[in-house]
Ligand binder design. Structure first.
Ligand SMILES: *[C@@H]1O[C@H](CO)[C@@H](O)[C@H](O)[C@H]1NC(C)=O
Ligand SMILES: *[C@@H]1O[C@H](CO)[C@@H](O)[C@H](O)[C@H]1NC(C)=O
Length: 444
């Protein structure tokens, strides 16, 4: 080092100055190290220390990702996808009717594909939800369908924002993420048929229609938490529902109560849910709150939990199952190291529905629709908040269902799907993966 070569006298004279510079540098280095490790980086983060979103993250949501030497790469958008992507940045509708969102509101994300009759039912149910006007509804579309679009445009009961995944396989007719020329299909053998693609663990090649669900869910999660201006700084909870869920009038007030009670009643709970994890159940009707495994109807969590999920992007994207929920139960939640409980009331505030008459036998449905009309009884107790803050919590331990060790149902074996999925995790954190159709054009 340079100063060893200085004369003895010069060194003595400069010593205090060196000490000051050295300590300032040390403090700075420690600060920078602390920031980068605890807030912006997954590299050395322990699960336990991953608890709070610091205020520095609220202003800069970017995260340094390190999933090995993976290089994110998004497909070139076609013109239609670019036009949809532009719509994602339009302001919400109905701001004239609902100029202000309530403090501590819980945003609602509804993800849909193409079942207009179902969408009508879920929106009609949402229109009757008490408190809905205090919050914003975000409808996330997988693909573009005229009727779905116009149904949402007619909503007047709260602020509404529509988003469209510009990488939905439904938008690409002759290139990935759709089917490209030369792709293997079904159980094709690439060595015989000279086609491309990797089969899943059961020997089946990718089907864009099937992979689109998991892609959409993951794109939506990343976009809502880390991309959209309306939500990327949202510090509270977000409620997620699907196009085949009927939402009870008490759902919003109940979920607000549950969110408030969670830290005290169930500190180990990651989320709160509108309905039991057993989709056939309408609840036990006990005078008690319930903690159980995370369900897929009306799950609601905050950014801390999202960061934990996002940090497991590789597990999510490499697991050979085309179902996002089974992927979460089999790989992501088990990787947290502690049971992932959710808190809910003893009566469902939402149900999964399907077409009447279709699901006899292995009936998985507790409500159905016929000609666009919901056919099931709503009792008076389901119209008002029905959670008592003094109730104890009953914990369901060791429930049946998917868990670590399950190998997956397949459908997700193609490396292109795995890489697109992991690229979504980078989308809002890396300039290598800008979701604007401008990059990644080099190959086409
Ligand atoms: C296999 O397909 C590629 C690209 O479609 C083509 O260039 C190549 O000649 C084909 N090989 C055989 C043996 O048919
Ligand atoms: C978010 O929820 C988790 C799990 O319930 C909790 O531990 C954490 O403190 C919450 N974070 C914030 C910022 O409220």
């Amino acid at each position: 080092m340079a100063f060893y070569k200085r004369s003895h006298a010069g060194y003595r004279r400069l010593l205090p100055l060196f000490l000051v510079i050295f300590s300032v540098a040390l403090v700075l280095m420690l600060l920078i190290r602390k920031w980068s490790i605890s807030d912006f980086s997954y590299i050395a983060v322990e699960e336990e220390s991953y608890s709070f979103v610091s205020s520095s993250m609220e202003t800069d949501n970017r995260i340094l990702l390190n999933f090995g030497d993976f290089k994110p790469k998004l497909p070139q958008m076609n013109d239609f996808a670019i036009s949809l992507d532009r719509r994602n940045f339009l302001p919400p509708r109905n701001i004239d009717l609902f100029p202000n969102l309530a403090e501590n509101h819980i945003k609602i994300v509804l993800y849909v594909h193409n079942r207009p009759q179902y969408l009508q039912v879920v929106l009609k149910s949402l229109a009757n939800v008490k408190g809905i006007g205090e919050t914003m509804l975000i409808v996330s579309h997988d693909g573009y369908f005229n009727e779905m679009d116009s149904i949402v445009q007619a909503v007047r009961f709260c602020q509404v924002k529509q988003i469209f995944s510009p990488y939905s396989p439904h938008l690409y007719s002759d290139s990935f993420p759709g089917v490209s020329k030369g792709d293997c299909q079904h159980k094709d053998d690439p060595s015989k048929k000279n086609c491309s693609g990797d089969a899943d663990q059961y020997g089946n090649h990718r089907s864009p229609r099937i992979v689109s669900l998991k892609h959409h869910w993951w794109w939506m999660m990343n976009t809502v938490w880390d991309g959209l201006p309306e939500t990327r700084l949202h510090s509270g909870h977000i409620l997620f529902i699907e196009e085949d869920h009927f939402i009870y009038p008490n759902a919003y007030r109940n979920i607000q109560l549950l969110v408030k009670l969670k830290p005290e009643k169930c500190p180990d709970c990651f989320a709160v849910n509108l309905a039991p994890s057993d989709v056939k159940s309408k609840g036990e009707g006990w005078e008690s709150l319930i903690a159980e495994k995370m369900g897929n109807i009306g799950y609601t969590f905050n950014r801390t939990v999202w960061r934990k999920i996002h940090a497991k992007a590789r597990e999510f994207c490499w697991f050979d199952d085309y179902n996002w929920d089974i992927t979460m139960w089999s790989t992501v939640y088990p990787s947290f190291g502690t049971p992932v409980y959710t808190l809910r009331g003893p009566r469902a505030s939402a149900v999964h529905f399907g077409k009447c008459g279709l699901h006899q036998g292995q009936d998985k449905i507790s409500a159905c629709i016929d000609n666009g009309e919901a056919k099931f009884e709503l009792e008076n107790v389901d119209k008002v908040p029905n959670i008592n803050i003094d109730w104890p919590v009953y914990v369901f331990k060791n429930q049946e269902g998917y868990r670590a060790g399950f190998k997956g149902w397949g459908g997700w074996g193609d490396h292109r799907d795995q890489e697109l999925c992991l690229s979504f995790a980078y989308m809002y954190h890396s300039s290598d993966a800008l979701p604007n159709g401008r990059d990644a054009s080099k190959h086409s």
